[in-house]
Design a protein around this ligand. Sequence first.
Ligand code: FES
Length: 225
Amino acid sequence: MCAAPRAVGRGRPHLARTPTLAGCAGGKASTRPDGGLAPPTSAATGGSVVRCWDVTGTTERWTPVRQRGPSPAPAPAPADPERAASVRSIAEELSGVRGPLLPILHEVVETHGFVHDDDVPVIAEVLNLSRADVLGVVSFYHDFRRTPPAAHRVALCRAEACQARGAEATYASAADRWAGSTEVEVGEVFCLGNCALGPSGTLDGTLHARLTPDRLDALTEEWAR
Ligand code: FES
């Protein structure tokens, strides 16, 4: 859509006339009425700008005219169409629940292990949110990891009751043992509801009690060091 250009150079007689716009109708916004091309110096740039033919008296001008409303950047093509289809299916299935974003993100992590950058525009489109809205939630919650998980995960409780039973030594031992490992990742949690039998932790999601460095080594001796 073209808007009337503003008159410039007040006092010049030919600019006081109502400008005639041609070339903006019929999808010919970038073509001059005489078939010529727009002068390079007046070429408009950006997806939301069109060029219109403006005849004001004896003066001919090319005027950039901004279209109404922003032009949203197109979503980049997902690197993995199969995953994108799966994420879309999850999002559409849960879009009807109350506050759908968190359940969708949980389900994506449950199904795919993490929230890929390519998942964000898909979810945003289904929920009619901006990508920034979705990304803000993903980055706010620690649970919504954005990188693929390691093969094994150790989560050790570092809350007070477990700390009082020696959890720090177990945590330090695990962190040291698997430092830099791509196969095992060590994380911390704060109370697993198993305080009386601490130090507590989970190994690949399974709860274990009375964890010591030696017991942890024994339970994970099959894992890559
Ligand atoms: S404090 Fe560790 S399980 Fe509760």
